[in-house]
Design a binder for this molecule. Structure first.
Ligand SMILES: CC(C)(COP(=O)(O)OP(=O)(O)OC[C@H]1O[C@@H](n2cnc3c(N)ncnc32)[C@H](O)[C@@H]1OP(=O)(O)O)[C@@H](O)C(=O)NCCC(=O)NCCS
Length: 177
């Protein structure tokens, strides 16, 4: 699967993406508010690629690499997970290699993934959750058309610390042209 954008493409991961995946993901600033382990090893990357293949085959999740058009390297991930076919919804999750932050790349990636989720998968709703201190991610979601739907207090215990979780959602009818 490949979804073409302007500066980036979203595509399925291949075995030989492991090194670029590992290089970008092995960063404390990325794992702080995500479920990625730290340190993130080359084996983590290889195992993850196999998991994404299985999930895609079973239509359980669509975990797409963000490929920089200029270099063809994978510089981050943007995924639809927990796909619920009965209720036509899924959850979005993402991260980007730090050297590419602040260039509008994730905004473009989310726009492409929303189009895929609503137009191709025919979903009705896409949701996102953010740990409260992750202001960058909350702002990004709002800029991408998500609506803030509320806060789950002390919902997540991560590395010995409690976090409130912010909930966002976007409906098929709210997709921008
Ligand atoms: C969150 C993250 C994906 C943002 O990616 P990015 O490509 O830098 O974001 P963009 O450049 O597309 O920014 C789009 C909008 O998001 C908001 N934003 C992005 N970074 C921000 C920051 N550090 N502070 C405040 N707002 C920010 C802005 O509103 C921005 O729009 P603007 O440039 O018009 O003001 C990236 O910082 C990241 O990978 N963080 C670590 C992993 C993570 O937290 N993942 C999300 C878990 S819920």
């Amino acid at each position: 699967m490949r979804i073409a954008g302007k500066e980036i493409n979203l595509r399925n991961l291949k075995k030989n993406d492991a090194i670029s995946l590992f290089t970008s993901a092995n960063d404390k600033d990325i794992t702080r508010y995500t479920l990625l382990p730290y340190p993130y090893t080359l084996k983590d990357a290889k195992d993850f690629i196999e998991i994404t293949k299985r999930n895609t085959r079973l239509k359980k999740a669509f975990e797409l690499g963000i490929e920089l058009k200029e270099t063809k390297e994978i510089i981050g991930m943007n995924s639809l997970t927990n796909v619920d076919w009965k209720n036509k919804n899924a959850e979005i999750g993402y991260w980007l290699g730090k050297e590419y932050w602040g260039r509008g790349i994730m905004k473009e990636a989310i726009k492409l993934l929303l189009y895929f989720g609503f137009k191709k998968l025919k979903l009705e709703r896409i949701s996102a959750t953010v740990l409260q201190p992750n202001l960058a991610s909350a702002k990004l979601l709002e800029k991408s058309g998500f609506i803030y739907e509320g806060k789950l207090r002390r919902a997540i215990l991560r590395r010995g610390k409690w976090y409130d979780q912010l909930c966002f959602g976007i409906l098929k009818t709210e997709l921008r042209k």
